[in-house]
Ligand binder design. Sequence first.
Ligand SMILES: [Zn+2]
Length: 530
Amino acid sequence: MKERLYLFDTTLRDGAQMNGVDFTLHDKLAIAKLLDDLGVDYVEGGYPGANPTDTDLFSQDRKFGAIFTAFGMTRRPGRSTSNDPGLATLLDAKADAICFVAKSWDYHVKVALETTNEENLASVRDSVTAAREKGREVLVDCEHFFDGYKANPKYALACARAAHEAGARWVVLCDTNGGTLPHEVEKIVTEVVKHVPGDHVGIHAHNDTEQAVANSLAAVRAGARQIQGTLNGLGERCGNANLVSIIPTLKLKPEFADKFEIGVTDAKLKQLAHASHTIDEMLNRAPNRHAPYVGESAFATKAGIHASAIAKDPATYEHVLPDLVGNERKILVSDQAGRSNVLSELERIGLTVDKNDSRITRLLDEVKEKESAGFAYEAAGASFELMARRVLGQVPDYFTVERFSVNVERRYNAIGQLTTVAEATVKVKVDSETLISAGEGNGPVNALDVALRKDLGKYQKYIAGLELTDYRVRILNGGTEAVTRVLIESQDETGARWTTVGVSPNIIDASFQALMDSIVYKLVKSGAPA
Ligand SMILES: [Zn+2]
């Protein structure tokens, strides 16, 4: 019987502390769903009461398979649990679990909290009890635990014990400033589990010496059974422990795989690369090509003189098989790998095609050509689906845009203020009917979108509920000149969302392609007649 290890994701709380990361409510819900799908046990949503987004996030019931967790402080020193507004907000948050952060270093108790060691312990006990009375599962993050332990082991252990004895499901040992080394973590956790059972001990590591993953694994070796981390290691300063590296290590390295099981199944593990790239797309940043397991180069081997050996037995050059984590090998065989990727994508969409169908080769060629031009289909499933359906002859020529023009003008308005106005005109042909529409917007793309969707004749009713929910631009420095990639997310009246992509040296052209794909995708989806 394997022992269960639990994964606790804090991308939405600690990960959101990272410079340049600013999740909207929509982002947070999408990421929570991604994590839930992956099989993470706990999703920490944020800090209700600390900012409007997190307060919103915890104002409604959210149904996830994962344990949806709210983060916050223990009761303030000198107050009772019933007379602490911050604690009240946390206790009222619609969450399955509450993770309290508590001091466990006596120096911080004195300097930061300005209270006594005993009052700090009482605050931990009272807060845990109050949350348990509210029916919540409770976790206690022992802040600066390792530094605290080095300074005063007795007090650090007293904090951990107080949390456990009051009924916290997990006592989480935090390496808050990220400076502890793996052998120290292993030694200290070995001591802690003599006082708090290991299956109630968690590890929360930061990456300031680039050893957050190693520290997490060291804690598991010493007996901890919960690991906290974030997708792609997002987090303050140098980041948190990277779950994208930890998960496959636990699943694929015998030292851990033979002994432990986690909530991420083998099938879900294959979605890991996708999950990692999705987060980067949401943050509008290029995925790290050299990321372990999931980076584009993680299984790229320069063939050279080893070419034939690699082709015969790739395993000799790889520490794990790339497809186990949803990645692929980048040598010689890319044709084969590409083909099976396309086939599995088609299957996912629900298009059944014989694997020897010659159209698969055509589709694959088109994907390769477009991707080398800068298209990103991993992030734009709807554009991929359209391309596939086109190759299979399943997309009618609903309408053609014969011409469009966009004009941006900066001028003084009637009351003398400087304003910029964009206007677009679109000439569309539907059957034999020519339709000309104009639209105004706060920017050229917005104006083009308004004009394009104003009148599509007999198709208008199918796109009436269509709206754009996100628009992202990235400049790609591929070859000699920069090109622009535009990703557009759309939503319809049923709440379905999809993303389309356009690439061009010209941002309006790139946007136009993505807008067109979005409209045509909606028509296909709605079963609009040709
Ligand atoms: Zn942290």
